[in-house]
Design a protein around this ligand. Sequence first.
Ligand SMILES: Nc1ccn([C@@H]2O[C@H](COP(=O)(O)OP(=O)(O)OP(=O)(O)O)[C@@H](O)[C@H]2O)c(=O)n1
Length: 398
Amino acid sequence: MKITSLPTVFTEALPVLEKINQAGYEAYFVGGSVRDLLLNRHIHDVDIATSAYPMEIKHIFNRTIDTGIKHGTVTILYNGNSYEITTFRTESGYQDYRRPDHVTFVQNLSEDLKRRDFTINALAMDASGNIIDHFDGIGDLRRHVIKAVGVAENRFHEDALRMMRAVRFMSQLEFNLEEKTYQAIKDNHHLLSKISIERIREEFVKMGIGKGSRRAFQVFLDTGLSQEVPCFQDKKDLLSIFPKLTFNPTTEENLWAVMIVLLKVANQDIAKFMSKWKNSNAMERQVARIVEFFDLISSRSPTNYELFRNDLKTILLTIDLSNILGQPVNGSALVDRYENLPIKKQKDLVVNGETLLKSGIPAGPKVGYLLQKITQAVVEGELDNDLDAINQFILKHE
Ligand SMILES: Nc1ccn([C@@H]2O[C@H](COP(=O)(O)OP(=O)(O)OP(=O)(O)O)[C@@H](O)[C@H]2O)c(=O)n1
């Protein structure tokens, strides 16, 4: 197969391939970019594989960064873009089912393609647009199948994360798992426990927000992979709800929001669950806001109006909460309600603890009690956020 019309991301990178070729070495576009080109999907960057050694690449290009010389990778800067160029290699010395300890450079592309995870990822393209496909990756793209290169079990023993990648691609591409690949995951799911949660999380999130997430979740459960993820170990029932949802989360925040709501419905410890994921601090803060926000919605007694943020509005508008909360929830009505709140944060209230003390309320629990009553009445629209009105209200409730 020959591709005659290439997107810019490739045409911009063609001179890089040509320069390597002119120096007497082979060079190809490889991996996800070739797969996505054939699927007509958006391509964010291209990776290059070559017969040249890293030192030779450093001679050919002026501006280079030693990204992973030991593993054969040099990043080059060319015409305002950066490209990762990796020497053809096989991987050996896998210990702990993680990344290889050392790699062996090889002189032909064929060996390099053989070590890759799935047939659809073992494609290469030369500078003239010819596709090199030793494992019928093109056929599998047509059949919508994720199939391991060679013996599936071996691929997963080399890198157990590949089992998560399989379900992630299933979701992103809306593909099926080839039978032997599926069986190999089922037989080897326990190997996933060797992989760090950070690497699992990256694939889990991609799986959770892909178009085929619900089918992928089912496989994540059925193969036993979910059992190997610490926070899901005792949550089979909870996870089984996911494939039945009537919508797909499309952002990471939405995915966590769905998880949180599911945990809430099941009355489970959200903080414990979330801490096991080792999310970034920023995501943790976002998650905390989502948790409090759902508290707000389900209890219908808002206490902290600062929690209402535009980004959370999206969740309300895009997720069918009725489905997960098991009670009718009109997302847009809730958005309207919160948007039109007389006060959106505690500071907006014309009184606070100090002003109440100054007006003669004795120090003690009464202050907090009154403040809460006032806030609630203002939020519910029963009381104006006005000093006179509030003073009248205090007289009645003292
Ligand atoms: N555990 C892994 C990770 C990667 N690869 C190979 O390295 C390529 C590049 O990997 P990566 O950039 O992580 O993923 P992509 O397949 O490019 O997918 P995406 O960019 O969508 O994440 C893959 O296509 C695959 O050939 C592999 O064999 N095993």
